[in-house]
Design a protein around this ligand. Structure first.
Ligand SMILES: Cc1ncc(COP(=O)(O)O)c(C=O)c1O
Length: 413
């Protein structure tokens, strides 16, 4: 008898659904298609030669270590570098015990609900939020509470009431800097308020920050974890991040390579240790050759110059896309002007279905991601996301011109 696999799926297994971005991925492979859909870095930004050199050096000099099983929390020197240099550059005092290396930032978004959520627990997410986060959280059966996002990021004012009325919220998941998909950045005032509210209600914040280094304009803002350390430090004195409310999710995907699958979580050592225990049962540890190759690049001082080059590349692409949208998009359509990251968020007049516009756009060989799947509350029918990092300047010119023609046609009917 042949197994009826679907009939055997668990309740959890039945909640798994494919991502809208991944579904569009197949369409974007069609010849001639210009895709603003994925969140992919530019292929020109990949340092193939430097990675090859670093990898060969690791294998020649430490091959027997790199190819052996490793420690779950991660390669010691890389943890030290992330704590002592990368997080320190952001303003956090931390040590390696505050850092767990993971297989991309997305793995952290699976490990955190694994240790914190029971089915039916309430969590707060932004509306819109990162589609990949919803896909991870969904598996643990949370009850979503949402806070809307505007040009200054999450509207944290409503949060006090939500947390007061719904005791037991397990965490607040936010992207304060260069939001995916909304492209906005949380203002300084709201950052402070959010950290204070979380502390007042004793609710953790998950700060997802994979785009931190990709700033093209405007002034840097301190991460929430740094503000939280300052808040806690005021009563407890200096020292590494021991007690606190924030788990910070970092990633090498946008500054090195998403294919290498390398990220980390930084937070209070006790909870980071528990996340490491959860990771043991998932993949034991993140690929050691990948960690050691990345550390070799860190040690060579590769990142500052490389990040500067990527910033310049993406700044040009962002500017080009924004100026073409300004020139060609019809009245009634509005969009964000991001200071960094990879995305522009577009809002159509009320009642217009971005999915319908996508179907027309695909006929003209241009693709984007409709916004609705990014809303846990089902809103966002009239929104969509444009990525500006992956297409060349010529493709941006052609693609935005084609898309503007589709929008003009559709909005006039
Ligand atoms: C907000 C956000 N978090 C996390 C990730 C995942 O990154 P990683 O490739 O490190 O898993 C992404 C990637 O697009 C993202 O946009």
């Amino acid at each position: 008898m042949t197994t009826q696999w679907q009939a055997l799926y668990s309740e959890r297994g039945r909640t798994i659904r494919g991502s809208a971005v991944r579904d569009i991925f197949a369409v974007t492979q069609q010849p001639g298609m210009i895709s603003f859909a994925g969140g992919m870095p530019a292929p020109e930004a990949f340092p193939c030669e430097q990675v090859a050199e670093a990898f060969v050096k690791v294998m020649r000099e430490q091959g027997t270590v790199a190819l052996q099983y490793g420690a779950t929390p991660g390669h010691g020197p890389l943890r030290q570098y992330i704590a002592g240099v990368m997080m320190a550059d952001l303003g956090l005092r931390s040590g390696p015990e505050n850092v767990l290396i993971t297989s991309g930032g997305v793995q952290v978004l699976d490990l955190i609900p694994r240790i914190l959520l029971d089915p039916g627990d309430a969590i707060v997410v932004e509306a819109p939020t990162f589609l990949g986060a919803l896909a991870s959280f969904d598996l643990y059966g949370p009850r979503y509470l949402t806070i809307p996002v505007d040009n200054d990021g999450a509207q944290v004012d409503g949060l006090d009431r939500i947390l007061a009325e719904q005791p037991g919220v397990k965490f607040i998941y936010v992207m304060p800097t260069f939001h995916n998909p909304a492209g906005c950045t949380l203002s300084a005032e709201r950052r402070q308020r959010l950290v204070e509210l979380a502390a007042a209600h004793g609710v953790p914040i998950i700060e997802d920050d994979p785009y931190a280094q990709l700033r093209y304009s405007g002034e840097p803002q301190p991460p929430l974890i740094v503000l939280d350390q300052q808040r806690a430090g005021a009563s407890r004195g200096e020292g590494p991040y021991r007690e606190g409310n924030v788990l910070y999710v970092g990633s090498f995907s946008k500054i090195l390579s998403p294919g290498m699958r390398l990220g980390w979580v930084a937070g209070p050592a006790s909870v980071v240790g528990h996340l490491a225990r959860a990771k043991q049962g998932v993949d034991l540890h993140t690929s050691l050759p990948v960690q050691m190759t990345a550390f070799e690049l860190c040690q060579r001082g590769f990142f500052p110059g490389h990040i500067e080059r990527i910033r310049e590349l993406y700044r040009q692409r962002r500017d080009k896309m924004l100026s073409l949208m300004q020139e060609h998009f019809p009245a009634g359509v509005s969009w964000t002007r991001p200071d960094g990251g990879l995305f522009i968020w577009v809002t159509l007049p009320k009642g217009i279905d971005a999915g319908r516009i996508l179907a027309e756009a695909i006929k003209e060989k241009v693709a984007f991601v409709p916004g609705q799947p990014c809303f846990a509350d089902g809103n966002g029918l009239n929104t969509f996301r444009l990525n500006f990092s992956n297409a060349s300047l010529e493709q941006i010119e052609q693609g935005i011109t084609r898309l503007a023609a589709v929008l003009r046609r559709q909005l006039s009917t």
